[in-house]
Design a protein around this ligand. Sequence first.
Ligand code: BV8
Length: 260
Amino acid sequence: MSPLPAPASLPDDLARHLRRLRPDAAIIILTGAGISRESGLHTFRDADGIWAQVRLEDVATPGAFARDPDKVQGFYNARRQALLDPAVQPNPAHHALARLEREWQGPVLLVTQNVDDLHDRAGSTDLIAMHGELMKARCTECGGLHPWTGDLSDTDTCPACGRVGYLRPHIVWFGEMPLFMDRIGDALEAMEPNDLFISIGTSGNVYPAAGFVAEARAAGAVTVEVNLEATDGAHLFHSGLYGPASQTVPALVDALLAIR
Ligand code: BV8
């Protein structure tokens, strides 16, 4: 296979790694809160992040929900209303990933840790929300999943089973198993040498998502970290692209789509 043309406008080491890619390579992308920061949503562990405002032990664990359901419901009700703000829209990074899925010759799987709906609204379709979705409620009795845009409380009725007071946010809390792990694991295991794994806007603090890069690398994939700045896990990746996602992600997608 003759070497692919070097993608333009990327750091040399990243361009060198991307040259290994086949134009129909499989791409797996993992996103975190950083990709939505420029849409106006807070991250978790930045100085102005969510965990600087409230303790995760008080709002994002099953124990917290059992102890004080109103506090937990109030935490997610506020975030659901913030997401519904018309000013909160997909940014160029979300749109670039949807474009990559449309135009790349190989499969593009987008796994997000985010519970906002910005990837969906940008048009990504092969999309896994492994930590749940803010705009859905789940019945703890019948398991029914329901679109939910208003506030949730223990006075609400499950549209499926009619029980009152059994609806919770469709969110994966700490200590709960993330969603679609079989599908994600199969996709990572199926990666071949010179496929591509891209991590975007995540600090790599939360497992099992933070372990995906090691699985991809073990399969021989090219691994790239795209983030505002290098994370503590930067050494786990072959290369990195640093800066605001609304600039770095479109540049990376342009360079990938230049590979023919
Ligand atoms: C599990 C809820 C096992 C949704 C979240 C004890 C018991 C059980 C498990 C554990 C335990 N102790 C530890 C664990 C494992 C635990 C874990 O990893 N804990 C950490 C804190 C050490 N994991 C779990 O509990 C997981 N479950 O292990 O289950 C199991 C096994 C069998 C049976 C049952 C269970 C569950 C993990 C999911 C937890 N839920 N949130 C919500 O409220 O939103 S995780 C939370 O962190 C969010 O979902 C978020 O997505 C995730 C990761 O955070 P990031 O997205 O990375 O955000 P962060 O702020 O950290 O970083 C943002 C980055 O963006 C930064 O690097 C920044 O530089 C960058 N950035 C900022 N601006 C920009 C930018 N980049 C680009 N452009 C910009 N403009």
